[in-house]
Ligand binder design. Structure first.
Ligand code: PSV
Ligand code: MN
Length: 425
């Protein structure tokens, strides 16, 4: 299933006059419009291979049909998203859910859709059918050297797959921890984990990064061995220059100030990447921007400030950006289109913050003015700028609109069947 240039141009033609009206208003009211459009054009977000199927909860999974049955079909789905929005030009693979059998062919296929391979993800949170040792009591933290060795070797294997595909980063998320007090010696668990990460780090090519992803709870509910940004930063600092902390928006305790975490990690030059999603309670994996759009805006505001001060640029290179959400009730492709849109809108809003005035307000302790500055930017409608960035790069004015108009899901079901289910959680 692919969408043609003609389809996109036809759709854009039909919707052009409405867009031009909105754009004219935006251009006349937002001074930095051109600058924002250019930044949006450069911005790319990776799509995780496991978000292309309907996610489930532990109570059930309600697949909508037409899900990708192979890595090739997953790449085709991301290609479709990218054709529609021109902003999802990368795919992030989870190994062993998506082992590329023929890396050369897979890389070439991705290239045909204009896709690159983002960070590769290891999985030591599930036991695989032929593995020797179980991860029931952890992987890198495990008391048994054999288990730890198996987990280390798996990560090195994942790096090798990544090298073949042209990826340049490994994301390590460990479910390690404990469910009950006394189950684990915290310090031994930390030291074992660090030792394992050091061995993995030693296998990284010179131009690679490793992202240490933290999570407050689940599947372990008493302690997590990489439970928060402090622990992740400790590992990343001990590992070296190629190691960074990865912030997944859903991996905090309720009401954590994620924007402050971002600011400090950037100050330390240790923010490596992001997993975008949204949540009301825990790691709910809801669509980014659906619950707390203002928090997302405040995070982007810190990202932009940090970038201006001393950190690597984001956009095509720099941070590893990825959506990490998949849930039970939406069409996964529609959800991903919404997610990318929400990120672009928010990024554009945060670019509008008058940093100079905000700085002055802060120095004058003018709390009221500081809030006005932030909320003026947050309440600006940037949708026409986002649509214009897409138009200029050959995407659809409304990716979701075109997806629905062409009845793409229906076509995918016809092609792949109503019962096709993708791998993932
Ligand atoms: C864990 O909850 C996580 O956020 C990690 O990034 C995993 O690799 C991903 O979700 C997929 O299960
Ligand atoms: Mn994640």
């Amino acid at each position: 299933m692919s969408i043609s240039k003609n389809d996109i141009e036809g759709f854009n033609g039909k919707n052009s006059s409405q867009h031009q009206l909105k754009l004219a208003y935006a251009l006349s009211t937002i001074e930095q419009s051109e600058e924002v459009i250019n930044k949006l054009i450069d911005f790319q977000i990776a799509i995780p291979s496991w978000a292309l199927g309907t996610g489930g909860t532990r109570f059930g999974r309600f697949a909508g049909g037409g899900e990708p049955r192979s890595l090739e079909e997953k790449i085709a789905d991301v290609g479709l998203l990218h054709a529609l929005n021109q902003s999802s030009g990368a795919i992030s693979l989870h190994i062993p859910w998506d082992i590329p059998q023929n890396p050369g062919a897979i890389k070439a296929l991705a290239g045909q859709y204009g896709l690159k391979f983002d960070a590769v993800n290891s999985n030591t949170f599930q036991d695989q059918p032929n593995q020797e040792f179980s991860y029931k009591f952890g992987s890198l933290q495990h008391v048994d050297r054999g288990v730890r060795k198996q987990a280390i070797e798996h990560n090195i294997e994942v790096i090798k797959h990544g090298i073949e595909l042209g990826s340049d980063a490994l994301t390590v998320w460990l479910s390690d921890g404990s469910c009950f007090p006394g189950q684990l010696n915290f310090r031994r668990a930390f030291e074992n984990t660090l030792e394992g990460l050091q061995e993995i780090y030693a296998a990284l090519p010179d131009d690679w990064k490793v992202f240490v992803e933290y999570k407050a709870f689940e599947p372990n509910f008493y302690s997590m061995t990489v439970g928060d940004w402090g622990q992740s930063l400790l590992y990343a600092s001990k590992l070296g220059d190629k190691a960074y902390t990865l912030v997944d928006l859903g991996h905090h305790l309720p009401n954590a100030n994620i924007e402050q975490i971002v600011a400090l990690l950037m100050m330390e030059g240790k923010l490596g990447g992001f997993h975008f999603n949204d949540s009301k309670y825990g790691d709910d994996d809801l669509t980014v921007g659906s619950i707390r759009p203002y928090q997302l805006f405040l995070i982007f505001n810190e990202l932009i400030s940090g970038q201006q001060d001393n950190n690597p640029p984001f956009g095509k290179k720099g941070f590893g950006w990825m959506i990490d959400a998949s849930h039970n009730v939406k069409d996964p492709l529609e959800d991903l289109l919404q997610a990318v849109e929400a990120i672009m809108i928010t990024y554009a809003q945060a670019l509008l913050v008058d940093k100079k005035k905000l700085n002055e307000a802060q120095l004058n302790n003018d709390v009221v003015l500081a809030q006005e500055i932030l909320q003026t930017a947050f309440r600006t409608d940037t949708r026409a700028l986002v649509a214009e960035a897409r138009l200029r790069t050959g995407g659809a004015l409304s990716p979701l609109g075109l997806f629905r108009e062409k009845e793409i899901r229906k076509q995918l079901i016809q092609q792949r069947g109503a019962k096709a289910i993708a791998t993932g959680l």
